[in-house]
Design a protein around this ligand. Structure first.
Ligand code: NGQ
Ligand code: ZN
Length: 454
């Protein structure tokens, strides 16, 4: 198999470079990234090549219910009524179905430009609440789906012990998530043999509702020092109020005061922040995991993006409940949400990068890479050969100066401009189609036929 590529334009860490030769080794790590190179006479010259995006927050099984919860109930609907429906759905999914759903999702993510995913995985137990004979059954299924599609994965087994603050006992419909610190450490131990250049194992205390401060401390202390740690935080105002009532502190405030946050941490949503919390997260080096399409779908609120950027906070994007699987939609709505909120334009930018699309793509590559705990997010020697080749024959891109490519891709039109995708040096999407697309879709459709019968 070919292990190199020549790009007329490639997005490197400091911007677009011309005539870039990229080579990688058998393991899928970049070994040569040379700008201003000279193409060989027979060499194919690709138009625009850039690093694939990291999807830093996913609950893969929720892909199967996307579009199914958009019917009003008897009373006012909210995040919490959605969550009841999601729990009901989650009680039925088998390990084989989980694998089929995740494979469909990951193939879709790849086709739209994500080359890595952080899977916040909490459906550990069987529907009756007992562990499967193999405790890591469902996590291994999801890793199996990632490996089959070629997407890189950071598997984050979720600690979920309580229904709410003050160690409320789990509800019956949360029985599949039930875990304590010992069990999560055992699960991580069991997953160690899955680790390789494509697969990392981290951890995720679900939220301050589901895991208490002492549990989170114990979990983090027992974890090898390089592993990513993700947590949902301050997504809904009701959660902020409940945290205040239980502890006298707001969620992010409590987390900052009780845990040593650093760049291994990813604070998912972090929607409701006061200025001190914005400054605190930014100073800690933790990454904010913004999931615009899901946050919009669930009515969470607006992340304070301009203040966070001004504080030099790190951030990335995730598709979370998978109402979208396009990084373009995620970024477009991240920016548009702020424009609508502030009645202004061109919000996500800094003095050194006034192009909104370029700023967002590069910032989310950096934040996403940190959140993944893997060597991704940049076309540089030693990083993974995870890259997108855009369709330079599309009318939006033909003859376009490289500097305009990201703004055009993110803010103009709806065609998918991703033509080919290479992950860890392997071609997984060719001419817009995943190389295993037929089989994956067949299995997904069969699975959905079963689930819809419920
Ligand atoms: C989740 N999703 O874990 O899937 C959550 C809902 C919760 C989002 N927060 C459950 N978007 O937060 O309690
Ligand atoms: Zn989530």
């Amino acid at each position: 198999m070919k292990q190199s590529l020549f790009a007329k334009h490639a997005l490197l860490g400091d911007g677009w470079a011309k005539n870039v030769r990229l080579s990688w080794n058998m393991n899928g790590d970049l070994t040569i990234v040379q700008a201003e190179a000279i193409a060989l006479p027979h060499e194919v010259q690709q138009g625009y090549v850039l690093p694939g995006m990291i999807n830093l927050h996913s609950h893969a099984f929720q892909r199967a219910m996307a579009g199914m919860t958009e019917i009003a109930g008897a009373g006012p609907d909210s995040f919490w009524t959605w969550r009841d429906l999601m729990y009901r759905y989650a009680l039925h999914i088998t390990p084989a179905q989980m694998q089929a759903i995740a494979a469909q999702l990951y193939a879709e993510c790849l086709r739209h430009g994500y080359t890595a995913v952080c899977e916040f995985h909490y459906l550990h137990r069987a529907p009756d609440g007992a562990f499967y004979a193999n405790m890591a059954e469902t996590a291994e299924r999801v890793i199996g789906a990632a490996n089959a599609t070629g997407i890189g994965i950071s598997m984050l087994p979720v600690l979920y012990s309580h229904a709410d603050f003050n160690d409320q006992p789990l509800r019956s419909d949360q029985r599949r998530f039930s875990t304590d610190v010992e069990q999560i450490l055992q699960l991580i131990q069991q997953l160690e043999s899955s680790r390789n250049a494509q697969v990392e194992i981290g951890v995720a205390p679900h939220s301050l509702r589901a895991a208490n401060v002492g549990q989170i401390r114990a979990l983090v202390a027992a974890l090898p020092k390089t592993r990513p740690i993700h947590i949902h935080i301050a997504e809904q105002e009701r959660e902020v109020d409940a945290c205040l009532a239980a502890s006298g502190k707001r969620p992010v405030e409590l987390l900052l005061e009780t845990q040593q946050l650093d760049q291994r941490w990813c604070l998912v949503h972090a929607t409701h922040l006061n200025p001190a919390e914005v400054a605190g997260i930014a100073a800690s080096g933790a990454v904010a995991g913004i999931c615009t399409s899901t946050e919009g779908n669930l009515g969470d609120g607006f992340f304070p993006l301009p203040d966070y950027i001004a504080a030099q906070g790190q951030f990335g994007i995730g598709s979370d409940s998978h109402v979208s699987h396009s990084p373009i939609e995620e970024l477009r709505w991240l920016e548009y949400g702020q424009r609508l909120r502030l009645q202004g334009r061109n919000i996500a930018q800094v003095a050194g990068q006034r192009r909104v699309g370029d700023f967002l793509w590069q910032a989310c590559l950096q934040g996403g890479a940190k959140a993944s705990g893997r060597q991704v997010g940049q076309l540089a020697v030693g990083k993974r050969a995870d890259l997108l080749i855009l369709d330079d024959q599309h009318p939006n891109l033909q003859d376009l100066p490289a500097a305009e490519v990201l703004n055009t891709w993110i803010f103009a039109g709806n065609d998918n401009l991703v033509r080919d995708v290479i992950v860890g040096g392997k071609l997984v999407v060719q001419a817009g189609r995943h190389v295993e697309q037929e089989r994956i879709q067949r299995e997904y459709v069969a699975c959905m036929r079963e689930l819809r019968r419920l």
